[in-house]
Design a protein around this ligand. Structure first.
Ligand SMILES: [Zn+2]
Length: 264
């Protein structure tokens, strides 16, 4: 059986509250042996960190604040994320970045929260788990300013085409590929773009419970909820788009993920 690590699972939300143990067991049964639980604000970063203690060696966490919540970013958040950055199971700062799609938080607050989190990551020598939507220019400008201070960077849930992939690759970023690639219509640009991602810069994620792959023959238990056990399905589609064997992609993604998050 091939081994996988899901680099983006939102396991702290209400979607998984009633059957988290089953969700983790289903993932492990198909080789998804480890998962990185995404922290999206102070409370959820705390919950993510606590989950790691319940599943040592299986779950790891990020600590950070999603741009949607940037209006709430304050000194307490800064202090909490600084403290979490020192925990052994907190393997990255994020998810942070910019999302101007609906501006749930003001663009100004988003930029400031993003910069502070990049500073924390730089101080602790931790990689960053980044989110960008409809904010490309500002996102790249800020990232450029900080890039030399940061160790590793992943742009999670990359859904764009080749041109943007190249811009991120020039900044020496990794790209996280989700089930977006399984969407025949919306995923077309991404299906092309993965061909140009160097093999040492690609990682895989479900972003569960979001982004359920659209081409599943058999729906999961909870029909609209994505789960980490579907990661091998995403790997299979991605490998086909890249024109390589599924085993090869799984191997590459696993190595990249262990290196990126400094997992043994
Ligand atoms: Zn995101």
């Amino acid at each position: 059986m091939m081994s996988y690590i899901d680099i983006g699972v939102n396991l702290t939300g209400s979607a998984f509250r009633h059957d988290l143990a089953d969700v983790i067991a289903r993932a492990q049964a198909v080789g998804v042996g480890q998962m990185i639980v995404t922290g999206t604000d102070v409370e959820h970063s705390q919950q993510a960190s606590e989950l790691c203690l319940q599943y040592p060696g299986v779950l790891y966490a990020t600590a950070g604040m999603h741009p949607h919540h940037a209006d709430n970013f304050d000194q307490i958040a800064t202090d909490v994320f600084r403290e979490f950055a020192g925990l052994p199971h907190v393997v990255a700062i994020g998810e942070c970045g910019l999302d101007y799609n609906r501006n749930y938080s003001s663009p100004q607050a988003q930029r400031s929260a993003f910069e502070i989190q990049l500073e924390i990551a730089a101080e602790h020598g931790l990689p960053v788990f980044l989110h960008q939507r409809d904010a490309h220019d500002d996102f790249v400008a800020i990232l450029q300013n900080f890039r030399a201070t940061l160790v590793d960077v992943v742009v999670h849930c990359f859904t764009e085409g080749e041109a943007l992939a190249h811009e991120y690759l020039e900044l020496d970023c990794y790209l996280g590929i989700t089930g977006w690639i399984c969407d025949e219509r919306r995923g077309r640009a991404l299906q092309q773009a993965v061909k140009c991602i160097p093999s040492d810069k690609l990682m895989l994620e479900t972003d569960a419970p979001y982004l359920l792959p659209r081409d599943l023959k058999q729906l999961p238990v909870d029909k609209r909820r994505n789960e980490p056990y579907l990661l091998p399905h995403i790997a299979k589609t991605t490998a086909a788009c890249m024109g390589i064997a599924e085993e090869q992609l799984a191997q590459i993604a696993l190595q990249n993920t262990k290196r990126f998050f400094r997992l043994d």
